[in-house]
Design a protein around this ligand. Structure first.
Ligand SMILES: [Zn+2]
Length: 277
């Protein structure tokens, strides 16, 4: 490898990136590339316990540590823009923060090679507005008079969306299928770091808290099966992907290119998404 690639993942919440893209992340960092996870919010509303309702900052502290551990498990670093959970808005301050954050990763003026995020059609308002913030940032990355305190980019990054199941504004068309069987356990390890979410808040919110095992090994096994089922949806949906890393793979992550970024050649796409051959 001549130069490591710089790949940035941007999610609304501290666990969004590894849940959707932990496999691609591990494949990139295992090849020596640099990956940064960005969360717009600090996740300070994602719990039900009185100790956190009384003191949301304590939940934010816990989630920061969980997110740092999770990112490290797949070789990434973690940056949080510290917006309150549930309060992502498309405003001047947050738009400029996103522009500066993207510009600041990679060589000055060059920025990241690839930025991955969700589509703007997602179910969660924080997710929709996060995607809108990234879309709004794209062109402005190259405008010198926008946020002049942070060097503007002379090359537009490639932008891509991770897979989703929403259909109201058109179903996700999988363009690239990344096989993740070889790094699946690493992805499970990363997601399992979000104890407050995977084993507390999300089961509570779904009315399933009683079904969560109390010991670590059983919890991990449960999560493993959940992520396997989640991946199966992507594997099925991405069978006809234009660029497929391995049609025999049990688990894949699916992606599609966002038309507002640079339009890469297939050769570059293969490198960016670890598709060999
Ligand atoms: Zn989220």
């Amino acid at each position: 490898m001549e130069q490591p690639l710089h790949i940035m993942f941007i999610g609304a919440h501290p666990d969004d990136n590894e849940l959707n893209c932990g496999g691609l992340t591990a494949r990139l960092t295992n090849r020596g590339h640099k990956v940064r996870y960005v969360s717009i919010t600090n996740g300070d509303k994602g719990h039900f316990a009185a100790e956190y309702i009384d003191n949301p900052a304590r939940l934010a502290e816990r989630r920061l540590i969980e997110a740092q551990n999770a990112a490290a498990a797949v070789g990434a670093d973690y940056v949080c823009l510290n917006v309150h959970d549930g309060e992502v808005y498309v405003d001047k301050e947050t738009t400029e923060a996103v522009i500066r954050t993207i510009r600041s990763f990679g060589e000055p003026g060059k920025g990241p090679d690839l930025v991955i995020f969700n589509r703007t059609v997602d179910y969660h308002r924080d997710h929709r507005y996060t995607a809108q913030l990234v879309v709004d940032a794209t062109y402005m990355l190259t405008v010198p008079m926008m946020c002049p305190d942070t060097p503007f980019l002379t090359r537009m990054p490639v932008f891509a969306h991770w897979f989703d199941v929403f259909t109201e504004h058109g179903a996700f068309v999988s363009e690239i299928a990344v096989p993740i069987d070889d790094v699946f356990e690493q992805k499970v390890d990363a997601v399992a770091c979000h104890i407050s979410q995977l084993f507390e808040w999300l089961p509570y919110n779904a009315g399933q808290l009683d079904s969560v095992p109390s010991d670590d090994a059983s919890r991990r096994e449960r999560l493993h099966d959940q992520l396997l089922a989640r991946a199966a949806v992507r594997t099925a949906a991405a069978r006809a992907a234009r660029l497929h890393g391995d049609p025999r793979a049990v688990s894949v992550e699916a992606y599609r290119i966002c038309e507002y970024g640079r339009r890469p050649s297939d050769g570059e796409l293969r490198e960016l998404f670890t598709i060999d051959g």
